[in-house]
Write a protein that binds this ligand. Sequence first.
Ligand code: PEP
Ligand code: MN
Length: 330
Amino acid sequence: MIVTLHSHISITEATSLAVSLEGEAVQFEGKTLLVVSGKIKKLPARLKDLASDFQVMDNDMQLSSKEFVEKRIVNIAGSNVGSDDKTFVMAGPCSVESKEQIDSTAAYLSSLGVQFLRGGCFKPRTSPYSFQGLGREGLELLRSAADRHGMLVVSEVRDATHVEQVIELADVIQIGAKSMYDHGILRACGKTTKPVLIKRGFGTTLQEFAQAAEFVLCGGNENVMLCERGIRTFENDTRFTLDLCGVAFLKEKTNLPIIIDPSHAMGLSYGVADLARASVAMGIDGLMVEVHCNPARAKSDAAQQLDHNSFSSLYTSLAPVAASIGRSIQ
Ligand code: PEP
Ligand code: MN
């Protein structure tokens, strides 16, 4: 339930009410809201005189739900992700590995017109014996490559200890699939206004995915995007299975911009272009693709990264697909 409080109620009062009701107090468009469990279907008696309005919700998909607001647009340095007629491309290597590597890919992507440069620096690897990323040094390399080529930075946080560094140097904080349930990260991201891209955990339901976004939204950060990147099924011949049904559900039910990452879903470079075109045809807000200057030598996710030429062919092929549904590729 989302309760709108009378304007004379201070945020301090709202916060203590929230604590006593196991909910959260949030400011939205100049109003103070109290968000309590979606299971509560009647206005609690103690809120009767304090509420100017309330909305009963089906479940705990509340601030992210279309029932609450139809649409949210995330403004990233002037790029409006979530607007009806644009699909933004976010591309770059799985990991930032060296100055030369990130610079070469940034130069190539910016020459094509790609605005968002992605690259992992704090990598949440499945094995402790794999490359873990360059950390702060990588973030600085990524930031300066992006600045040199007029691009925006998307980079991942692995744990809550370095969220501040990513906030300082990136334009979009990526929360990885393996971190989708990390409440330290989710709550830290709720305290900033920096845009956050949450990747769906590969074993999570769509409700759980939306609820991860609720942690960030009710923490006070309205700039949240959802990224479908493949879920685990019985199939082992592809790395994951891209859940386009899930994307249709999220588009129908949530107000958040939707990004699709076909690279991690497929796990193999040969399928990425077809999945990317299928994704764009769904009318998504963003597409994230892994691109490396020399995929065979990549330190992480080598099998799925596209080389520059393959990415260029894919990128060129997206515009007519987007145009067929009234969108343009940005
Ligand atoms: C990545 O984007 O490189 C990554 C680790 O993705 P995911 O969290 O979806 O596995
Ligand atoms: Mn990767």
